[in-house]
Design a protein around this ligand. Sequence first.
Ligand code: NAI
Ligand code: MG
Length: 493
Amino acid sequence: MKKNKTTTPKLKFSGKWDYAAAPESKDHIQLNEKYDLFINGKFTAPESGKYFESINPANEKVLSKVADANAADVDKAVRAARNAYDKTWSKMPAKERGKYIFRIARAMQERARELAVIESMDGGKAIRESRDVDVPLAAAHFFYYAGWADKIDYAVPGIKAKALGVAGQIIPWNFPLLMAAWKIAPALAAGNTVVLKPAETTPLTALKLAEIIQEADLPPGVVNIVTGAGATGAALVNHSGIDKIAFTGSTEVGKMIQKAVAGTNKKYTLELGGKAANIIFEDAAIDQAVEGIINGIFFNQGHVCCAGSRLFVQEGVAKTVIRKLKDRMETLIVGDPLDKNTDIGAINSKMQLDKIKQFVKIGINEGGECFQTSCSLPSKGYWFRPTIFTNVSQSSRIVQEEIFGPVLAVQTFRTVEEVIEKANNIPYGLSGGVWTDKGSKIFKVTSQLRAGVIWANTYNKFDPTSPFGGYKESGMGREGGLHGLTPYLSLEY
Ligand code: NAI
Ligand code: MG
């Protein structure tokens, strides 16, 4: 057969995508120099006497000092939550509890701009995402679960459902306010009180939420927020006064929590890591699929547990897809998180940046072919270029392990059976994506992928009514929707 020698001319981007700066103003936000712990409705100095700094990863400047809670502080918070549960929250008519949750939701909407700017400053995510995704979705979770508060009897018909009591909740740094909402809203709607521990690199929006909760006049002790690092989280997990632990974070810590609660009466839900397969069939709408690949791996700098970090492209379209993907990647703007044009903000921490760099080295040493975009990066702060690896194998570490950064591993496949086997051959099972023109193929693939959430011809779509969670090392239990309510209830059959 005669070889086709024509090559597609490469698109040149130099200078074409330089937009004028369009930074969001931060004049309207107010951050205190120092934040205490939010216990029993008041900001309270920590028993530990210690504070740690939360920085802006885009410029490495200190934003605020935050209290570092020790076991005595955690104990205080758990006692406040227990007292509020026994004396106030469990005695209040469910309809009244619902009103408080609605009030929090409305206040979050009113302060949406402020919350979005602080979220971007504290964690490095692009303002476009914190403004359009994190904050509205967080408010939507409170609105949704507020509606459930007085309908618990209908949530599980024929079964007497009761609140568990006090929930201990530990959240990560990738969606700080949204994860706080995922945790607090269903717990309160089910009639529990809570002690929440935000992540140490991104505590500020949770502390703003504490202000909102204070303004909403929630009875003291119903929501307590204790800041600190791993030791604070461990003190919460090990406290004998909690009835349930809800955790989102690394699989490693998830396993430690599972061991810590074994043999106790504590219930638990774990939302852990992932390594999702995003599968592109030959009959897919290619341009849309490329957008889905971009969204799947570069959304929130790739700090997403359900990120589409493994791309599977059917052989016949592999060349085209990879070419289009590289061209589209070159248009991505990396830089100031507060700039409205920015697509990819700062990497959350120096530690996470080092982890990403380490994985890229491993990928290259394993023989992977690395492509990175040519964009310029700011001189201060933590940044990483959008990156893809081709020529990787199923056993490569960058294919098997969660990187949690803007790094995509690309593999090809021929048949449906082959891609299902490869997609499932992984310790994780959180999410996946399928791109095809054929509904029958969607049904076949989605019914055989072992993953909690699978998107068809789209990616990273979230809704408070829809359950989210994983199989295998991605964790257990579901959050969101009715499924997310029942782990906060004791069901008496
Ligand atoms: P991590 O699991 O250490 O942190 C998550 C939360 O758990 C934080 O609030 C942290 O203070 C707390 N924590 C840490 N050690 C604890 C302990 N022994 N007991 C109780 N709580 C504890 O995650 P890290 O170190 O920030 O990130 C490491 C990797 O974990 C990432 O590179 C990523 O691969 C994965 N990860 C996954 C997340 C997800 O959404 N599934 C979120 C964050 C990280
Ligand atoms: Mg920070």
